[in-house]
Design a protein around this ligand. Structure first.
Ligand code: ATP
Ligand code: MG
Length: 393
């Protein structure tokens, strides 16, 4: 039996004039998500995108799993394509295609949608006929139109007749690439991969920046960040990661700045460097995984000092979330287990014993200027390491 995936797009519907453009991006993202699984025809008509496998040996379970992670999709259905657009074909297809679901259910109903008005039967007639055939084949079933265990959907569209069970919930959000571009500051922790995921969900195309301080931080720590991003990119699409060599800057911090300001000046330097990378790559925002009050560098006072180092808008999607809420999302996107692997982050080397929780901006700036980081920033930017990130299979 030939199968197809029917996709309902999400907030796109709200976008009026831009709808076409949004749909084109969504289709492109679906194509990228399906890469490596074989070839598909991806077409849109009647506010539905149809993904049709062009070959018999395509893994549709995997295709559905991947489509379930593409932002901009509210729900989708794996459906059988009836051999012809006729009632006979619908009657022959539905009871066979949905056998497993129908056997497991006690009650069912049929719902028909007829967008091809030339089809000889009207929707209620389709429901009645198919309902009768299902009842005669599966004698344990009864009809329940209010709370059925299974709903059998019949869609008579311009391009064919389809049968499917209840739709599968999509990832929601809006298509990546329709919300502008931003740099995400990514550590190996729990929070920043979740922050990246959340902004990608709002359509933002990501570029990742990671600060590494070898030999204080291990190569394994950087590899861990790559693995985290591979997981994030299953939702956020392929992206480029820039690794900033941060050792000399951190050593200078340690040697030339007051200890209680280490962290805050380091955070400012991270923002400054990330912003320059952002500008070079046409990104107009920064994203961090900060959450208010989580650590000394995430108080309102500290965040004011950090923000001052960046001219562009800084998104902190986790700012009002509890750790447990963040962890729940990390589980959901499968980054948690990787995040808790124990490697040092550059934030945890040279940590002050008593960081300032209420740093005063003018003193912070003065200390930073006195040390003079510009030549080292330039040097770091000349020596960025580039890694292309693709979704983990
Ligand atoms: P995470 O779990 O994301 O590591 P955290 O709670 O440990 O966050 P911090 O270490 O203070 O918090 O870092 C705050 C934010 O700064 C991170 O969410 C991330 O956006 C950014 N950041 C921290 N370390 C790095 C790094 N090595 N490279 C790039 N960005 C970093
Ligand atoms: Mg961290």
């Amino acid at each position: 039996m030939k199968e197809i995936i029917l996709i309902k797009d999400g907030e796109i519907v709200l976008k009026g004039l831009n709808r076409r453009q949004f749909e084109d991006v969504l289709k492109k993202n679906i194509r990228i998500a399906l890469q490596g699984l074989g070839s598909f025809a991806i077409t849109s008509a009647q506010s539905t995108i149809a993904v049709k496998p062009l070959g018999d040996d395509i893994d549709l379970d995997e295709a559905c799993a991947r489509i379930g992670r593409v932002f901009g999709i509210v729900s989708f259905s794996r459906a059988a394509l009836c051999e012809e657009k006729s009632m006979e074909s619908v009657l022959a297809t539905a009871p066979v295609y949905l056998e497993k679901q129908l056997r497991a259910a006690k009650t069912f109903k049929v719902e028909a949608k007829r967008s091809d008005k030339k089809f000889p039967l009207k929707s209620p007639e389709i429901c009645r006929e198919l309902g009768g055939v299902i009842l005669s084949k599966y004698r344990h079933l009864t009809v329940d139109v209010h709370h059925p265990d299974v709903t059998v959907y019949v869609e008579i569209r311009d391009h064919g007749a389809y049968v499917h069970a209840d739709p599968i919930r999509g990832a929601g959000g809006i298509p990546v690439g329709t919300g502008g571009k931003a740099v995400v500051l990514i550590s190996g922790g729990i929070d920043s991969p979740v922050a990246a995921y959340m902004m990608a969900k709002r359509g933002v195309k990501l570029t990742a920046v990671h600060f590494a301080s070898p030999p204080y931080t291990a190569m394994r720590a950087e590899e861990k960040v790559v693995r985290l991003l591979q997981k994030v990119s299953r939702y956020a699409m392929p992206m480029t990661m820039y690794t900033v060599p941060f050792t000399k800057i951190q050593e200078k911090l340690r040697d030339d700045c007051p200890e209680e300001l280490f962290t805050i000046i380091m955070r400012r330097l991270m923002m400054e460097i990330a912003q320059r990378i952002a500008r070079d790559h046409d990104c107009a925002a920064l994203i961090t995984g900060e959450s208010l009050g989580q650590v000394a560098s995430q108080t309102i006072g500290a965040l004011n000092c950090t923000d001052d180092a960046a001219d562009m808008v800084v998104f902190r999607p986790l700012i009002g979330m509890d750790k447990q809420e963040i962890i729940n999302i990390a589980y959901q996107i499968d980054t948690y287990e990787t995040s808790i692997e124990p490697y040092e982050d550059c934030c945890t080397v040279f940590t002050p014993r008593h960081p300032r929780t209420k740093p005063i901006l003018k003193f912070v700036k003065a200390a930073q200027e006195k040390a003079g980081f510009e030549p080292l920033i330039e040097e770091a930017l000349q020596n960025l390491k580039i890694t292309q990130i693709y979704p983990e299979d």
